[in-house]
Write a new protein. Structure first.
Length: 640
RNA sequence: GGGCAUGUGGUGUAACUUGGAUAGCAUGUCGGCUUGCGGAGCCGUUGGUUGCGGGUUCAAAUCCCGUCAUGCCCGCCA
């Protein structure tokens, strides 16, 4: 098999744009000697255009119009007239002020298909991240309740962003921070002792329901003294309460990870708050802050005996930290306990390897999707290579913008500006219900009829999918197993959550969540299965496809598909730098619907001499849909 | 009081960071398509002063200013 393309490290989509830019640059210098345009600027004027406007389009004439004082149309005419074909780009013409170019269909489709087929699962992957270490933290749910649909959005986003960054050449560590010393756990421990300690259902569900009961009791009688006593004792790691808190939390997190397993979401590391305390990370971090003068001990006044930071002092250029009701943020309370922000500052010092703390790690025998190994921090264990990140991505609700900003400001003021700038807060809009709220305290996630847990959602989706599959595959006398049904249900839910831009809020409604038509995951998955069946019927394998790709495809719809396939790498990169998986969902819908039009219009198997080249295109499309779905954490199925 | 986010056809949304051609997609409405590789599909129809008002520009959903609406945040809660 001859290598048809010249540069394996660059996508053909990019090569085509570069070639077009080259053409334009030469033509511009011929037309207007002395005029220089930055190459990057030039490339940025080029976009893939609609079929009615050629294949590639540049608006460079508008840019040059002002300095040259010549109307865009005249520039376009002149430049287009002087351009000479480069690479696979030719046929330049002017329309209004635009300069459009056509691609050599046969040649271009050959190289694109060859690249897709040769690179296979790696197609679209790139080295943008040059192996930099990234910690993606998600979803860090309190170990006192099951994941509800809000937590699920967090987990799905985090998992997908981690996948996308990994595909762009970053070294990814997926961390889950478990807060086992917080007030919520103290309340759980109180419930465990006073209401019951025998789970009669999935542990997280049971614990969550109990937590809601405790909160009801708290409204009726004052047990806050007892709970505070438990909380205080928990923070001393030698107490029975502390051990109980950890045990209850571990059971709960294990149960939460059954949910994660069902959704195909995995982690590398669980980091426990109690292990952070044990390692004295907080003390070290606070001492560092005191030493360099950013943190100070208030000796008198309102904050006497607290360790505080002046927000005005650390604000830098941040307006949102100015004109606050209180200029002071407490990190260590007068009773010696730490606030959330203090813990977060310390935790981030570990993430970046600023404070040299070595945790002990244990491998956990938890089943994760893809047999992904899970570690946990532990009292006893071994050393392992975690932390020391170059970039930190925190997937946290947008409600926490303010504390995240304080975190960055404090780190920056302490002299870690570079690290502070490399904390990315993926601030997603909270998930709301059309009626009520998801509040954990009042038990909003329990719902009236159906609960709003991630488990319930998946169960309902599976039921719905099973019905649909049964109906749909009747004609083919094909069995579709439970694994495939689960994959489709997961695909439907993940796609539905990911197609909405992260910063947008999301109002959950059952009928919408379980409607799998149109812009949906199942639609894309269905196109994959259709493609697969065509290829199976033809008994066409990858070797055949590589041979057949030598012919190229010429039709309009075919070529639209080729153009889309060649854009994969650009799309993956865009999704990565913007931390927006919806860039991928959009792309998938585009590829899927274009493929759908293609097979509706063009009979592949009865295609005469074009049959094999079209089969190669079908094969290539399958690969691209598969690769893009994997970035969303969605697995393809063979039948549906 | 201050800060942040959001506002796009009946509904859900994309494009906004980096301004470009007729604002893309789905759902909904109404109508059509199957002796063909599988109809979770395809084609057509309908529906938009991109919250509002200014400004910058050859060009604004996109940038700037103002304004309105909604949500979130501003704690020795997490």
């Amino acid at each position: 098999m001859a290598i048809l393309f010249c540069d394996c490290t660059t996508s053909n989509g990019r090569l085509a744009r570069e070639a077009f830019a080259e053409m334009l640059q030469v033509a511009i210098s011929l037309a207007y000697p002395g005029v220089e345009i930055d190459r990057e600027r030039l490339v940025s004027t080029i976009s893939i255009s609609k079929p009615s406007h050629g294949d590639l389009s540049s608006s460079v004439a508008f840019v040059l119009s002002k300095p040259l004082k010549i109307p865009p149309r005249d520039i376009a005419v002149r430049v287009a007239g002087l351009a000479k074909p480069t690479g696979h780009v030719f046929g330049m013409e002017q329309e209004g002020g635009y300069i459009n170019a056509k691609l050599d269909r046969a040649a271009y489709s050959k190289v694109v298909m060859a690249q897709v087929l040769l690179e296979g699962e790696n197609y679209g992957r790139n080295q943008l991240g040059s192996n930099k270490r990234v910690i993606v933290e998600f979803p860090s749910v309190n170990p006192s309740k099951p994941w509800h649909i809000g937590h699920l959005r967090n987990a799905i986003l985090g998992d997908s962003i981690a996948n996308i960054m990994a595909a762009c050449g970053y070294h990814i560590e997926r961390d889950d921070y478990i807060e086992d010393l917080g007030l919520q756990i103290a309340e759980s421990v109180w419930g465990y002792r006073n209401i019951g300690n025998r789970p009669d259902k999935k542990y997280d569900q049971w614990l969550g329901e109990q937590y809601v009961k405790v909160n009801k009791i708290m409204k009726e009688k004052d047990i806050s003294g007892e709970i505070n006593e438990i909380l205080k004792r928990m923070e001393d790691l030698s107490t029975e309460e502390s051990a109980l808190a950890r045990t209850v939390s571990e059971h709960c997190v294990d149960a939460q990870y059954e949910t994660a397993f069902g959704y195909g979401i995995s982690h590398d590391l669980r980091i426990w708050e109690s292990d952070i305390v044990r390692a004295k990370l907080l003390e070290k971090a606070m001492r560092l802050g005191m030493d360099n003068g950013v943190l100070e001990l208030a000796e008198s006044g309102k904050y006497a005996n607290c360790i505080v930071v002046s927000l005005d002092k650390v604000a830098g250029g941040e307006d949102s930290l100015k004109d606050l009701a209180e200029d002071v943020k407490v990190l260590i309370r007068s009773n010696g306990t730490a606030t959330y922000v203090a813990k977060d500052v310390a935790f981030h010092m570990w993430k970046f390897g600023i404070v040299p703390v070595e945790f002990m790690y244990k491998k956990l025998p938890i089943l994760q999707s893809g047999n992904h190994t899970l570690y946990t921090t532990a009292e006893n264990g071994e050393r392992a290579d975690f932390g020391r990140a170059d970039i930190v991505v925190n997937v946290i609700g947008s409600a926490q913008r303010h504390p995240q900003l304080i975190l960055r400001s404090i780190l920056g003021a302490m002299g870690y500006k570079k690290q502070a700038d490399r904390i990315v807060h993926v601030a997603y809009g909270e998930v709301g219900l059309s009626e009520g709220s998801l509040s954990g305290r009042s038990g909003g996630w329990l719902g009236e009829g159906r609960s709003f847990t991630a488990d319930t959602l998946l169960d309902e989706a599976k039921k719905k999918v099973a019905e649909r599959v049964k109906e749909n595959t009747k004609a083919q006398k094909q069995e579709v197993d439970e694994k495939a049904i689960a994959a489709i249900a997961v695909g439907a839910i993940k796609f539905e959550f990911l197609r909405i831009a992260p910063e947008k809020s999301l109002v959950f409604a059952w009928d919408k969540a379980l409607d799998f038509g149109g812009n949906s995951g199942p639609y894309c998955m269905y196109m994959y299965t259709r493609a697969r069946r065509i290829v199976e019927k033809a008994e066409f394998d990858k070797g055949d496809a590589l041979d057949a790709a030598k012919s190229g495809v010429m039709g309009d719809v075919e070529f639209e598909l080729i153009k889309l396939l060649s854009a994969a790498e650009d799309v993956f990169e865009k999704a990565c730098v913007e931390y927006r998986p919806n860039v991928i969902t959009d792309y998938l819908l585009d590829v899927s619907s274009t493929f759908s039009k293609f097979y509706e219009k063009v009979p592949v198997l009865a295609g005469g001499e074009q049959r094999d080249a079209r089969l190669a295109l079908v094969f290539s499309t399958m690969q691209v849909i598969n690769n893009a779905l994997l970035l969303l954490g969605i697995n393809t199925v063979e039948r549906m």
